[in-house]
Design a binder for this molecule. Structure first.
Ligand code: SAH
Ligand code: AVI
Length: 334
């Protein structure tokens, strides 16, 4: 792995999971050999997929990233003041681009937390860490490489000091409802009375805008979606005809989620070399590749409550497009 511009202020460690995490082989066996066929969304994020996600954020249709950044820019002072962090842990930090607002506000307010990004996409995270230590001479970055679905119980954060846990981008929406609550409970378990969670969540809105955000005219999201098949071809000696799969993004009103799918363009058989098997795909047959849940103020409150958390501030984008929520433990005094 390339670590550009490494200084003594940029360290990294591989996170030891609390519990066994399924391998790509396990997931492909469970997801592609069953009906409906599915794949976990985390496999989008190889180096190329991480770059494609950044390109999605720049498309005119993908409003969530801009909406979240605008909310951060507007409210970052009060968020940092309330949290007064000594340690900032960010789940699914990616390029850490929006995190700069938080770090700049920390600097303005004379708080100099250690930054702990945690991501499965190591190269993107290390490049981001190198950039951040270059920007902020006071900053120490400790990058945590791993899969956060393996648990948060063994992170090497020191016990003392106030924590701000950051989970941006609406990424919690990529969890199914029960898993989202379980994840928030694990986050709550890391928090003491004064600690804060900063959570970005996308909101339910009209189907047209939602589906366009996940099917941009330039085809960047389509390329991101198909990239998961390229990952499987490379890692599992498979031969998906990647270009022949059609990208689909459908809003499911009942479950309040966008479903991304890949539809086979024609009848074909796919070799899964590492699993020593084949699957037969019929023309039009779909693989579900991602859920992206959308929320309402009421569903956000319920989600937090189910995890023992309560909102201490809720910043909403104009028209209710997006929510940036600051939360603390519900059992904290005051
Ligand atoms: N927070 C950034 C990036 C969001 S994209 C933003 O708001 O722009 C989602 C990020 O979560 C990616 O960087 C991806 O690599 C990471 N990710 C997805 N699943 C993960 C997992 N299971 N464990 C750790 N990181 C994961
Ligand atoms: C990272 N995650 C919140 C994005 C989302 O909107 O669900 C991933 C994404 N998928 C397609 N476009 C963006």
């Amino acid at each position: 792995m390339r670590v550009s511009g490494q200084t003594d202020r940029l360290a990294s460690s591989v996170v030891t999971p609390d519990r066994a995490v399924a391998t790509l082989t396990d997931d492909v066996r469970a997801g592609l050999l069953s009906r409906p066929r599915w794949l976990p969304a985390k496999y989008f994020y190889d180096d190329h997929g991480s770059e494609l996600f950044e390109a999605i954020c720049a498309t005119p249709e993908y409003y969530p990233s801009r909406a979240e950044e605008a909310l951060l820019a507007a409210h970052v002072g009060s968020i940092v003041e309330a949290a007064s962090p000594d340690h900032m842990l960010e789940l699914g930090s990616g390029s850490s681009r929006k995190t700069r607002h938080l770090l700049a506000a920390c600097d303005r307010l004379g708080r100099h937390p250690v930054y702990w990004p945690f991501d499965v996409s190591a190269q993107m995270m290390l490049d981001a860490g190198a950039d951040l230590v270059g920007r902020y001479p006071w900053l120490s970055v400790h990058a945590l490489i791993g899969d956060y679905t393996g648990g948060l119980g063994r992170l090497p954060l020191p016990h003392s000091g106030r924590r701000l846990i950051v989970f941006l981008g609406g990424t919690l929406g990529n969890f199914e409802p029960a898993a989202a609550i379980a994840m928030l409970r694990e986050i709550a378990a890391l928090m003491r009375a004064d600690d804060r969670l900063l959570l970005g969540l996308d909101r339910v809105k009209d189907r047209g805008r939602l589906e366009a955000a996940y099917d941009d005219a330039e085809g960047v999201t389509a390329a991101f979606n198909r990239n998961v098949l390229t990952v499987i071809n490379r890692e599992l000696d498979a031969d998906f005809p990647v270009a022949d799969y059609r990208h689909r993004a459908v809003f499911d009103t009942e479950h309040e989620r966008i479903e991304m799918r890949l539809a086979a363009g024609h009848d074909h058989s796919v070799r899964l070399g590492a699993l020593d098997t084949f699957i037969d795909m019929a023309a039009g047959e779909e693989i579900v590749t991602e859920f992206s849940h959308k929320f309402t103020p009421a569903s956000i409150e319920r989600l937090l409550a189910a995890a023992g958390l309560v909102a201490t501030a809720h910043h909403e984008a104009e028209g209710g497009d997006y929510s940036l929520v600051v939360a603390g433990r519900a059992d904290a005094d005051g």
